[in-house]
Each structure stands twice: as structure tokens, then as C-alpha cells.
Design a protein around this ligand. Structure first.
Ligand code: FAD
Length: 460
């Protein structure tokens, strides 16, 4: 056993005296806590299931005093290895903090970080309100993870992402101090809510989240249109944007992604197509906008066009998109999922690039995403682990990132940087920008104990 592991082991044995029930030392029995939705798997030395805020304060203070690395964890659905304990130490799970209170009068919800996204959405709906950020993982991901990754979703073009709804946070630092921001402190001087959103578990544990809710809008019909050329789908998107229509949903998927979805669960019969768009309008003009979109779709020679208002049948159309991530994963042993984002006007060029990459690359590359805001999920798919180890996939990812940046885009639409993208940071940010972000990390966590080995790790 190396010196660090021995030190960690002694520390956790001692901690077990205080937390007999919620500290797990036999981490082999909890293999899920060594990984997230990326293909990375590293065992922690211990797992702690916090039951309340006092537990978190106490355990963080003790870890800080003994220099023990800590990795926060929500539901472990992250795609970039964010919750994977690269340096061992403690995985601190926030999943049991499940407070969920709605203040209907002020249209606010107060949530624990372990609340699953769909639970907040359903609770808000019960009060005739809506919480719009809806990652495709909404039935699994936790709100703490959504905040830490600034999760987006299918409705993000029109309604924004997590940061557009969080109005305040309570968080605990590695030293066990409690920070109250926004709603929880009445007023902000520095905007610490924004600093913490998207901080990927590097700065503090988010222990309570205040979000604003909105009125449920009227919803128009769901439109599913299929084309035998991806360029036609791209042209439809461009035309809708040109007319100034912002659909509530405008999702794109390519032929390989459609095949995966069909094999996973055939919710509807659609003709073989190279590209599909799933669209929905809402708000007071939802019917007239849907009519305009239908006309645009028809002008581009669709192989099929389905317009559906019946809630049960609509759900079948939605399933094609909602299932996609799991469907693609089920089609292969290793799915390396990237999520790049370009200005929407550049999306056709990016789609063309991915299609050309797929044609010349030795393994399958497919794509789907939120067309409205230029966010494309590009998946490198293989059954052979060697393709990851020998750098083949890494090379493809680098080509994708290079093209994305040339088009004025970003390496991460919504999945964060975590472990998988940290080596590419310099491609997008200047060294001065990275240095200032490292400084912020050092202020919150001077000894680099929170999520070490991820982006911005710098020991003083
Ligand atoms: C099928 C599928 C579909 C997906 N679709 C989308 C999508 O449409 N949009 C999207 O944005 N993402 C998507 N994702 C990615 C993922 O679901 C999101 O990033 C989600 O926000 C992660 O939440 P989580 O609770 O699982 O976080 P985890 O994976 O547990 O953790 C993610 C990061 O957040 C940190 N963290 C977690 N909780 C806290 C906390 N309370 N305080 C501080 N740090 C914390 C962790 O340390 C880690 O760095 C998808 C993933 C899957 C598997």
C-alpha cells in the first residue's frame, strides 16, 4: 500500500467510529461510485452518504485537516468523469439531501442537491408551474449535479439552462464554512452564485438550491420531420432561425442515431432517413408558428412528416429523442460522448464535418443535439477498447474540437470539462484566462483537495 493510501485508510477507519452507518469502507461493494457515464472507473478509498448539512461540514473539516481528497457526487450521470475519484480519497454523495419545497406565491422552489431533476419538474407542475431546464438525463440526474455542470436540455434555446433559473445557493467549502448566495443572502456583492454554477465540484459542495419557476406555457403540436439529406434538415433549421421563430424544442439526429433509437425501442414507424428534426412550439403563438414550421418542412421534400397533438402519441415521438443517449450506448461497448457547440448558423457546417468524419474514420461516429442553439452531441463508438487506448478516438476528438473552434464554437455545450476534456482547455482559453480561473480555485480550495486531477488543479 503506498504512503497516501495508508494515510487515507487510517483516517477513514477513525472516521468510521463517528459515522458507522453512512461511511462505506468496502467500496468494492458499491462499484457505481467509482464511475459516472464516461468510460472511466477509479475506486475511491471511502464513500460517505451525507444525511444532513452538519455531516457535510464536519466531514469536510476533518478531510481538510488531514489533506484527504474529496469528490462530490450527485447521481453520477456526468459524461466527463467529473464525479470519478481520480486521486482516490472520499466520494461524498449528496444524494440523500432531498428537501423539495415549493413557494407557489413567489414561484420559487427550495431544493436539496439530491433531488432528481424530474421530481422538481413534477412538483412544479403540481403547482401549475414549470422548471424548464430538462437535460435528457432528467429522470436520473440530481439538481446538485445540474448546478455543478450548468446542465442544459431540450428546451434550452428558448428557456435557457440551469444558470438562468438558479437564484441562490448554499454551499460548504473544504474548510467547512457555509456560503449563502443570492436568495439566501438577500443581496450579492460579488456574484458568487455564478461562480459556483458550473464549477464542477472544484470549489464547494452545493447543499441547497433556490430556483425560480415559470408559468406553464401553452404547447403546440409536436412535429417530427425526416429527410434523406442532412443538408435539408440543416436548411429547415436555418430558415426557422432566419424567420425569428424560437421553437421550444428543435432537436436534430443523424441516421445512425435514428437506427440506434429504433433498435432500442420502436416507438413509431418512420421511413429510413438520413436526418430527423423533432420540433415543438409553445407560447401564445404556438399554433401559428407550428403552421409556419410545417410549411418550411414541406418545402424541403421530407421523406416523412408527422404532426401530433394527442398527448399519448406525442410521447411516442418524444421517446425517440429522450431514449437516444441510452440507445446509442446500448448499440456498442464503448461510447465516448462529446458535446460541442457552435453558433446556430454554423451548425450545418458542423453536421457536414461530422458526416465526413464518420465516412473516413475507422469507427462509427454519430451525432444528435439541440439544433436551436448549435449544440451537437458527437459520439465515437467502438467495441474495441484499443481504439481508446491507442489514441484513435483521441485523434478524432481533437479534429472535432479544432473544427468547432474554427467555427467560433466551444468544446463543451453542456457536459462540462471534468477529466476527459481538461487536456484540451488550452485549445479554447488563453493561458491568462486559465490562470485567473486557477486563482479562483486556489481561493476556495488552497490545497487542491476538492476534485483533484480535474481542470484547474494547482497546488500552492
Ligand atoms: C443519458 C444521459 C443524457 C444526458 N443528457 C444531458 C443533457 O441533455 N444536458 C446536459 O447538460 N447533460 C446531460 N447529461 C450529462 C449529465 O446528466 C449532467 O451533466 C448532469 O447535470 C449531471 O448530474 P449528476 O447529478 O449525475 O452529477 P454527477 O455526475 O454526480 O457529478 C457531476 C459533477 O458535479 C459535481 N457535483 C455533483 N453534485 C454536486 C454538489 N452537490 N455540489 C458540488 N458539486 C457537485 C461532481 O463532483 C462532478 O464534478 C446526460 C447524461 C446521460 C447519462
Amino acid at each position: 500500500m503506498n504512503k497516501n493510501r495508508k494515510k487515507h485508510s487510517d483516517f477513514f477507519k477513525k472516521l468510521k467510529n463517528d459515522y458507522a452507518e453512512n461511511l462505506i469502507l468496502d467500496t468494492e461493494s458499491f462499484p457505481d461510485y467509482a464511475r459516472d457515464a464516461s468510460e472511466i472507473n477509479i475506486k475511491p478509498d471511502a464513500i460517505f452518504f451525507a444525511k444532513n448539512e452538519n455531516d457535510i461540514v464536519d466531514v469536510l473539516k476533518k478531510c481538510c485537516a488531514e489533506n484527504i481528497p474529496v469528490v462530490f457526487r450527485g447521481a453520477g450521470t456526468g459524461y466527463t468523469g467529473g464525479a470519478v475519484p481520480v486521486s482516490g480519497g472520499l466520494v461524498l454523495s449528496l444524494e440523500k439531501l432531498r428537501k423539495l419545497e415549493i413557494d407557489a406565491e413567489n414561484k420559487i422552489a427550495l431544493c436539496g442537491p439530491g433531488v432528481i431533476t424530474i421530481e422538481l419538474m413534477n412538483e412544479a407542475k403540481g403547482h401549475e408551474m414549470s422548471y424548464p431546464p430538462d437535460p435528457a438525463s432528467y429522470d436520473e440526474s440530481a439538481l446538485g449535479g445540474n448546478v455543478a455542470e450548468n446542465a442544459g436540455g431540450l428546451h434550452c434555446k428558448k428557456y435557457g439552462v440551469t444558470k438562468d433559473y438558479v437564484i441562490g445557493l448554499r454551499a460548504v467549502t473544504i474548510e467547512g464554512e457555509i456560503i449563502n448566495t443570492g436568495y439566501f443572502s438577500n443581496t450579492d456583492i460579488f456574484d458568487l452564485t455564478s461562480v459556483l454554477i458550473g464549477s464542477e465540484g472544484l470549489l464547494a459542495a452545493v447543499i441547497e438550491i433556490a430556483v425560480r419557476l415559470i408559468k406553464i406555457p401553452d404547447v403546440g403540436p409536436t412535429i417530427l420531420v425526416a429527410y434523406d439529406k442532412p443538408e435539408e434538415a440543416a436548411a429547415v433549421v436555418a430558415e426557422i432561425i432566419r424567420l425569428g421563430i424560437i421553437p421550444a424544442v428543435m432537436e436534430y439526429m443523424d441516421d445512425d442515431a435514428i437506427d440506434c433509437s429504433n433498435r432500442y425501442e420502436k416507438s413509431i414507424d418512420i421511413k429510413k432517413a438520413k436526418a430527423i428534426l423533432l420540433l415543438e412550439t409553445d407560447g401564445k403563438n404556438c399554433i401559428s408558428e407550428a403552421e409556419t414550421i410545417k410549411n418550411i418542412c414541406q418545402q424541403h421534400n421530407p421523406v416523412s412528416l408527422i404532426i401530433e397533438s394527442d398527448p399519448v402519441l406525442t410521447e411516442n415521438l418524444w421517446k425517440i429523442r429522450r431514449n437516444l443517449s441510452k440507445a446509442v450506448k446500448a448499440s456498442v461497448k464503448y461510447k465516448i460522448a462529446e458535446d460541442v457547440c457552435v453558433p446556430p448558423s454554423k451548425l450545418p457546417e458542423l453536421i457536414k464535418f461530422v458526416s465526413a468524419l464518420n465516412a473516413q474514420f475507422p469507427i462509427r461516429v454519430n451525432s444528435y443535439g439541440h439544433a436551436g442553439d448549435g449544440n451537437l452531441h458527437v459520439n465515437f463508438l467502438t467495441d474495441d477498447k484499443k481504439d481508446i487506448e491507442n489514441g484513435l478516438i483521441g485523434g478524432g476528438i481533437k479534429q472535432l474540437f479544432k473544427k468547432t473552434l474554427e467555427l467560433g464554437g466551444t468544446l463543451t455545450g453542456e457536459h462540462g470539462i471534468g477529466l476527459t476534456k481538461k487536456d484540451f482547455l488550452e485549445m479554447e482559453f488563453t493561458s491568462d484566462t486559465i490562470d485567473r480561473m486557477k486563482d479562483i480555485k486556489s481561493v476556495f480550495d488552497p490545497n487542491n483537495l476538492l476534485n483533484p486531477g480535474k481542470m484547474f488543479s494547482r497546488k500552492k
